[in-house]
Design a protein around this ligand. Structure first.
Ligand SMILES: [Zn+2]
Length: 259
């Protein structure tokens, strides 16, 4: 399985790096994990067919995760995509995105390809093409919800990470976390080939301290602040100090890896 890290920056604007987006490619299919990077430009630049991505996983409503969604749809329309696009995410997020496309003049009758919206629930796994997808809830927006949910009941405060199973291997996308302990439902189910993990909302050391409890072969760090860009060696050392034995990779924008 190939993972292209389209953007590795966190929610702060970075002069050199894009926001969240990981394109997963297999022989048979593809899924884009969040849509905060300028994926439309990347796909065009690399001459990637307009039927890719086959599906999109939307973790939550922060702009660094969904800000490029409508631009991607506009681009796929103008590039005459025909294949259906499957979008997975929390029910309320999908509803908001559907409405947003209407506001952006991207009507279903206009764009030339169907968008199939699939609302998902934590712990409820399902098969889609060659993948098994199982969402898990994180507490990323819990603090914000405690302050604002009453005043803004129509805003979605859910955030879902993803367990992605393919050809007998297990991969985990953290989405955004309040703390790495929230990865527990995803990591406790058996060996994880690759954890694609954010590293911005908690002390870096806490991640490795948590991971030693599980069987994780490799961690691919994304969604991290600018000050960590050149500190991969330091992070690897930290992982060893915490006795995490898996591989540690600090990802950079537009770099592809076999995971
Ligand atoms: Zn967020």
């Amino acid at each position: 399985m190939r993972a292209i890290f389209l953007g590795t920056a966190d929610g702060h604007t970075s002069a050199r790096r894009e926001h969240s987006g990981i394109l997963i490619l297999t022989q048979e299919s593809s899924i884009l994990l969040d849509c905060g990077a300028s994926v439309a430009r990347f796909l065009l630049h690399k001459k990637i067919d307009a039927d890719i991505p086959e599906s999109i996983w939307v973790s939550h409503m922060h702009s660094d995760h969904i800000g490029q969604f409508s631009m991607l749809i506009q681009s796929l329309w103008l590039r005459t995509r025909r294949a259906p696009l499957h979008v997975f995410g929390p029910a309320d997020v999908l509803e908001d995105m559907k409405n947003w496309l209407e506001k952006c003049l991207l009507f279903p009758e206009l764009i030339g390809f169907p968008i199939q919206w699939h609302s998902v629930k934590p712990g409820r796994g399902f098969t889609h093409g060659p993948f098994k997808l199982t969402p898990f809830a994180t507490q990323h927006l819990a603090n914000l919800a405690s302050h604002f949910k009453r005043a803004y009941p129509n805003t979605c405060f859910e955030c879902y990470g993803l367990i992605l199973e393919h050809e007998g291997n297990r991969y985990v996308y953290s989405a955004d976390l309040a703390h790495p302990s929230e990865l527990s439902p995803a990591l406790k189910g058996g060996k994880v080939s690759a954890l694609l993990c954010e590293l911005t909302h908690f002390p870096e050391r806490d991640l490795f301290h948590e991971l030693v409890k599980y069987s994780v072969e490799s961690v691919w760090i994304t969604h991290y602040p600018d000050h960590l860009v050149r500190r991969e060696a330091e992070l690897k050392l930290m992982a060893r100090e915490e006795k995490f034995r898996g591989e540690v990779h600090l990802m950079h924008d537009r770099v592809a890896h076999e995971i």
